[in-house]
Design a binder for this molecule. Structure first.
Ligand code: PMV
Length: 298
């Protein structure tokens, strides 16, 4: 038997377009240089030996959904995550992709990207209900993308020559992604035309942002972050903690800031001329933050 190699999958950050993406609008997302790692060792049966802090039952249930197709290799899985849990930074999606890759590797099953995405999606459905697919696609592809839910889901790689983004954690969420997506859906059911128009406006911001990103216009992209945050806020998805964190980052010189992911808490992202200085300023205020970097053509 081949040695069992560790599987490392990056987390992700949604740059623009969360929630509207569920309704068919485009969204931009990029992998993070923070990973989920699955290590394996031979065992009597397929088991989880080490798990991140929470979610053991959901994880077991999610894995069961792919075992009928991928089988049950006799390995113990050790799962480690460098990603804050439930912060909208893709920890569940990265875990789903990593488990699919680990189960396949342990049995020498070759998987195409399409198969990987389909299986990871089945796991993500346990965590998120009916996700758009942007999270696990970004984690599996491992490069910045413009994503469309479809069906069929599709993505195009983004031309990001150099980007530094400050990611800051505002605090725990007041609900999970599934709850946020469901409550927005209930509002959409009441007045589809009005909500579709708001989602279309977010879609236009996403494409404006993609052009500004490609041309390296960070102040312009920052203004689009602000506008996307305001649109999400108007949909009732932000919180005082997220708004306050974005305000603090703007007051500290950010070109713009928004929350990222499902909302109701979690993380914010900002563009700043000196990202490390912003991280230091946030640390002095007791806020956990780091710089995410991308460089080179993708
Ligand atoms: O799980 P999160 O916080 O990354 O949010 C996922 C993004 C949403 O657009 C809110 C939902 C989805 O499935 O696209």
């Amino acid at each position: 038997m081949e040695p069992l190699r560790p599987v490392r999958v990056p987390g992700k950050v949604i740059l623009l377009g969360e929630h509207a993406v569920v309704y068919g609008q485009p969204a931009l997302a990029a992998p993070l240089d923070r990973h989920v790692t699955v290590r394996m060792e031979p065992a009597e049966a397929l088991t989880f030996a080490t798990l991140p802090a929470t979610g053991a039952a959901a994880l077991q249930e999610a894995m069961e959904r792919v075992c009928d197709e991928l089988g049950r290799p006799r390995v113990a899985l050790h799962l480690e995550s460098e990603l804050p849990l439930s912060a909208g930074l893709g920890s569940s999606a990265a875990i789903a992709v990593a488990i699919v890759r680990a189960l396949a590797q342990a049995q020498a099953i070759p998987l195409t990207l399409e198969e990987e995405l389909r299986l990871a999606e089945r796991m993500e459905e346990t965590f998120h209900g009916r996700p758009s697919g942007i999270d696990h696609t970004t984690c599996a592809v491992g490069r910045p993308i413009r994503f469309l839910k479809g069906p069929p889901a599709s993505f195009t790689p983004l031309d990001v020559s150099k980007l530094e983004l400050v990611v800051a954690v505002a605090g725990p969420r007041d609900g999970n992604t599934r709850q946020k997506v469901m409550s927005l859906r209930a509002a959409w059911e009441q007045d589809r035309a009005a909500y579709d128009a708001r989602f279309a406006a977010i879609g236009r911001l996403v494409d404006e942002g993609a052009a500004l990103l490609a041309s390296g216009d960070l102040p312009g992209l920052g203004r689009v972050f602000d506008a996307n945050h305001a649109a999400l806020q108007a949909l009732g998805l932000s919180t005082a903690a997220l708004d306050g964190l974005c305000e603090r980052m703007r007051a500290a010189g950010a070109y713009g800031a928004k929350f990222t992911g499902a909302g109701g808490g979690g993380a914010c992202i900002a563009l700043h001329p000196e990202p490390e200085a912003l991280v230091a300023a946030l640390a002095a205020q007791g806020t956990r933050a780091f710089v995410a970097r991308w460089k080179g053509k993708t």
